[in-house]
Every structure is written in C-alpha cells, then in structure tokens.
Design a protein around this ligand. Structure first.
Ligand SMILES: [Zn+2]
Length: 185
C-alpha cells in the first residue's frame, strides 16, 4: 500500500480516494515557505459503484489571482476545465486550495463558496468535496469535507479495510481502528 493512498468515508457507505498524482499536487503547493502564495483549483473524479475516485486536481492557473492570503480562481477557465473533462468521463466534484495553517479549517468564505456551487451547478449533484491543504504533513495537514445543499461535515479517514462482499450494502462489515502509519510527505 502506498503511503499516498488516502481514503475517506463518504455517506452511504461510499469511499472517497485520491490518486497519487493528486496528492502530489497538493503536497507541491503546501504553503510551508513564507513566500508561497495560496494555490488552488478544481477536483475531478470518476464514480464507480461506491467509489468516488479523485483522479485529477487542476490549478493553479496563470489567470488566477493569487496572494499570500487569498486565491481567486478564474471562473471562465474553471468552466472550460469542467467541459473538457466531462467529455473524458471526469466529473467536477469540488475545489481545493491551500491555507497557511498547519491543520487547516475552512474559512467562512470557503463555506459560502461551497454553498454557491449548488446554485451554479446545472445538474443535480448530491454533494461537493472541499480540500484545504495545510502546512502539516498529510493526512494531518489535509482538511477534507463533504458539502451538501443544507450543511457540511469533515470526512474521516477510513482506518481499516472494510469487507463489502456479501450483504447488498455491506452494512454487516465491522470497521476496525488500526494504526495506519500513513504519516508522510
Ligand atoms: Zn480557504
């Protein structure tokens, strides 16, 4: 198992995972040096059964406005990204950006912009993902949350393998806590 394998539990017994290239991009833009500007972009996933697999993280783009404490994405560029990837079977699933915080928390602006996504989206998406990349090593330095039209919650790492064979919804499976030794950077 790669130490880049980050899996989170989504509602409905679903799993959210990140491709190693995506984690690498988050890591590359961590604001752990003073001069590092905020960075961010969009998240694109494939959805197969119960697995939401984030395959690509875009950005930051040259057209974004970036500063030490702010990141304003270029909306037209975002729309173009969504269109191009949709044709390849990659669905827009949310946003990511960096914070100069060790263990990041979303700001009120972040939470508002997630709610705004529901107004802007033209197809009914049950929820969007927000990733905030902090300066601490992953997974501690990574905030991952699930946003729905009426609220949001932080996603927890899936700690142990869950057996999903057998029952139709895998509900009988026990989740075990286990040290996963995932600390990495
Ligand atoms: Zn933020």
């Amino acid at each position: 198992m790669s130490d880049d394998l980050l899996e989170y539990a989504l509602p409905g017994n679903r799993v959210l995972c990140f491709a190693p290239e995506v984690v690498a991009r988050f890591r590359m833009h961590r604001q752990h040096r003073l001069w590092r500007k905020e960075a961010g972009g969009q998240l694109f996933a494939t959805m197969t059964g119960k697995v939401v697999d984030i395959r690509e993280a875009t950005g930051p783009r040259p057209s974004d406005r970036r500063s030490l404490f702010g990141y304003v994405p270029h909306r037209a560029a975002e729309q173009a990204e969504i269109k191009a990837r949709y044709a390849r079977g990659l669905h827009f699933i949310g946003d990511w950006h960096t914070h100069r915080q060790a263990m990041p928390e979303p700001s009120s602006t972040d939470l508002h912009s997630m709610q705004d996504m529901f107004k802007r989206s033209d197809h009914d998406t049950p929820g969007f993902i927000l990733v905030v990349v902090g300066t601490e090593l992953f997974p501690e330095g990574l905030h991952v949350s699930y946003h729905q039209a009426g609220g949001w919650h932080e996603l927890k790492l899936k700690e142990a393998p869950v057996v999903v064979e057998g029952g139709a919804n895998g509900r009988g499976a026990k989740m075990r806590q286990s040290p996963n030794g995932k600390a990495s950077t």
